[in-house]
Design a binder for this molecule. Sequence first.
Ligand code: GDP
Ligand code: MG
Length: 163
Amino acid sequence: MLPLVALVGRPNVGKSTLFNALTRSRDALVHDQPGVTRDRHYGVCRPEGMRHFAVVDTGGIAGEDEGLAGATARQARAAAEEADLVLFIVDGREGASTMDDDILAWLRKTARPTMLVINKTDGIDAQAAINDFARYGIKDVLAVSSAHRQGIDTLLEDVVARL
Ligand code: GDP
Ligand code: MG
């Protein structure tokens, strides 16, 4: 079985953009057929010359506890709990928010190995963004731009080194 990496973060930080950047592959495209949901949450990342791994995009982890949002949140949490590595995605432009704080508190309880991925650092001072999240106390921190594929190769090396 492939090791599993979970993408965790509040809405709009770029989880799906990173998911697409990591999983774009022939096999991933094959699943884009009629009748197959386009909203794929699981994919496989096959970095050249490196260990392959599965990726799960856990949208809605900070949802309500009831109804559909609650079911989504529970699913997302279950995915993160079974992951070998969690990538905690945050928005470098907006900086730390209370929803990020809540997710961090939850992640600490799960005690899964966690890397902090500061996304959307294209065209901004990445070091300032890193400093803004320093109080989170996560040792492994990377600044990336999923939309522009900046820092993705470094991210892949760091992820594979931890699997
Ligand atoms: P999700 O809700 O966490 O899955 O976030 P999405 O992947 O849907 O992205 C939310 C928005 O952020 C979209 O408009 C993306 O185009 C934008 N976005 C994602 N990654 C980046 C990035 O690296 N840089 C910039 N500038 N925008 C990004
Ligand atoms: Mg999404």
